[in-house]
Structures are given as structure tokens and as C-alpha cells.
Design a protein around this ligand. Structure first.
Ligand code: SAM
Length: 303
């Protein structure tokens, strides 16, 4: 699938639910409003299978908290059996202690853990949850041999001083670290203004600490810094036309709509309705191509 801007779509990011057991102050809810409708296991797998037939090679499940889905094992099992290059989940980790073994049994090898702080009181104030629960989950997954990337949304005056401990923690997991710019989506303007942190200084400091910078081919050609052997990525989407030009993913909302851009909700294409009305895979492919044609970079390169 190639969109009107020449961008190849090779990834699908599927939200499985809007339900969550945490309440992160900064959450963008993947740019979704709450509809209360969720796809069934078969509907999720059918959408992924149609996407695969159109060239999608990477699938990531998100939410809400994807581990709240009772059928998460079946969803992962069905997806890992589709011969994709990469299947992953992003999770807050707090339910991993119960689920990690099931996920591994279902063929999952890779997780992103959202961990906005490794200070218990800061973690609680940001998420409403317990850092111990998240840590126990991470350790369980690690003990089962899963590859773990730690995702940190950076917030001014909150966690910007935690980079070194986070580097150490991610290194202890033999994982990776992703420092993410706070995005202005489903947030109060005053909240965003107060906490938004420009990550250019952090990126500069990281660049100084390493002679080893890799540009990832697969993910927006993001720069990856090797700090003491730990891969670290800095995700800076805001006002970044290059980030948009390298976007290679389509999204599916938890209520089964194709979402061409995280930042927009005015160009969704419903898949679930047509699926429930009995539309064929061919018709669903047509809806994918319709969404593909609606993809346009949110931050456009000045001409
Ligand atoms: N509950 C799961 C989790 O915690 O990973 C999945 C949902 S969460 C919305 C998915 C990802 O979005 C996480 O990596 C989280 O850090 C990131 N995220 C949430 N709000 C964000 C924001 N305002 N700006 C940037 N990233 C955000």
C-alpha cells in the first residue's frame, strides 16, 4: 500500500479497547473518543489478515490497556500465526505478572512497557497505579525471555531528571529505551503548555554521549543512540514534517475504524459496520485503500 505522498504502509497499530486499569494524566487515548464498542477476537484477526494481504508486515496492539482483553491470548496467537515480521504489544505492565506466560505461549516475543517514572510516588501521581505492580510484570516478562522496550513520555518538571536511572533500568533489562515527546491530543491546553518538554536538548546530550548513531529503516528512520550498548530512541513528532513523511502505519480504533492519522478524527473509515453487515474481504480491502488515500502528513513540509 502506497499513499498519495509516496509513503509505504507496512504497519498496523490496533487499539483493542478503551478500557484501562490506570488513569494516566497525560494519556492521548490514541486519539480516540469513547464509543463503548469493541471488536470481537475474530473481527480483530480478520482486519489484521486483510491488512496482511495488502502488504502490512508489522502489527502492534494498544489500547486502553490491551491486557484487559480476556481474549488477548487468542488475539496474539491468531496474529503470530499469520507469518508477519513483527507482532508487539504496548502495555502498562501492571497485569503482566498474570499474563506474560500466556503471551509467550501465544508466540509473543516483544513488549513495549509504558513507564513514565521509576520513582514510586511520581509513578502513582502520573498513572494512579503502583510502580511495584508494573515492575513485577516487567520482571516476569523478562524472566520469560521477552524483549522489552521501555516507553517514557517526557514531562517538564516531572521526569526530565530521570534519564540516567531510566537508562540504567532499561540496560538492566537488556532492552531499549524510547523517550517520547508529550503530544497535544485529548489534553487540556493548559496541561500541555505546563508539561510539554522540547526534547531537542535531551537528544543533543545523548548524541554527545555516543559516537554510535543508527537511523532505523523500519520506524520513521528514527535516530537510535547506543548509550553503553543500550539502544535509545527519541520520538519527536510535533511540528516535525520529516516524522510525518516517514510514517508507515495505519491505525485501527478499538471500535473498528481505520484511522489514517493519530492526530485526526475527521477522516475515519468504518470497517466494523461493513464487516457486521457481511461485506467480503474484497470490500474490506477497498475500505483499506480508501483510508490509504486519505493519509496526508499532519505536519507538512513547507514547499
Ligand atoms: N495502556 C497501554 C500502555 O500504557 O502502553 C497502551 C495505551 S498507551 C495510550 C500507548 C502509548 O501511548 C504509550 O507508550 C504511552 O506512553 C503513549 N502516550 C500516551 N499519551 C501520550 C501523549 N500525550 N503523548 C505521547 N505519547 C503518549
Amino acid at each position: 500500500m502506497i499513499d498519495p505522498y509516496g509513503r509505504v504502509v507496512s504497519g498496523l497499530r490496533v487499539s483493542l479497547t478503551q478500557r484501562c486499569n490506570l488513569n494516566c494524566t497525560y494519556c492521548h487515548h490514541e486519539g480516540e473518543g469513547a464509543s463503548g464498542i469493541e471488536m470481537t477476537t475474530d473481527e480483530v484477526l480478520r482486519i489484521v489478515s486483510v491488512a496482511r494481504s495488502l502488504g502490512v508486515r508489522r502489527v502492534k496492539y494498544t489500547g486502553g490497556e490491551p491486557l484487559l482483553r480476556r481474549d488477548i491470548k487468542e488475539i496474539i496467537k491468531g496474529t503470530t500465526s499469520m507469518d508477519l515480521e513483527d507482532v508487539a504489544i504496548t502495555t502498562n505492565g501492571s497485569l503482566l505478572k498474570q499474563h506474560a506466560q500466556n503471551l509467550v505461549d501465544a508466540g509473543l516475543h516483544r513488549l513495549n512497557i509504558s513507564l513514565p517514572s521509576i520513582r514510586p510516588e511520581v509513578y502513582r501521581s502520573l498513572t494512579g497505579g503502583s510502580l511495584d505492580d508494573a515492575m513485577e510484570g516487567v520482571m516476569e516478562a523478562k524472566g520469560l525471555g521477552m524483549e522489552i522496550k521501555v516507553n517514557v513520555v517526557m514531562m517538564k518538571g516531572v521526569n526530565e531528571g530521570e534519564i540516567d536511572p531510566l537508562l540504567e533500568f532499561a540496560k538492566s533489562l537488556h532492552g531499549g529505551l524510547q523517550l517520547i515527546e508529550l503530544e497535544d491530543l485529548n489534553l487540556e491546553a493548559s496541561f500541555f503548555e505546563k508539561y510539554h518538554l522540547d526534547l531537542s536538548d535531551i537528544e543533543e546530550q545523548l548524541a554527545k554521549r555516543t559516537g554510535h548513531v543508527i537511523e532505523r529503516e523500519d520506524m520513521n528512520r528514527r535516530r537510535r543512540y547506543a548509550i553503553n550498548g543500550l539502544p535509545v530512541e527519541v520520538v519527536r513528532p510535533i511540528n516535525n514534517p520529516q516524522f510525518c513523511m516517514r510514517c508507515s502505519r495505519l491505525r485501527v480504533t478499538s471500535d473498528g475504524k481505520l484511522k489514517p492519522c493519530l492526530m485526526r478524527s475527521d477522516n475515519l473509515i468504518d470497517l466494523l459496520g461493513p464487516m457486521r453487515k457481511g461485506n467480503s474481504d474484497g470490500a474490506l480491502k477497498g475500505l483499506f485503500l480508501k483510508a490509504l488515500n486519505l493519509r496526508s502528513p499532519y505536519y507538512l513540509q513547507p514547499s
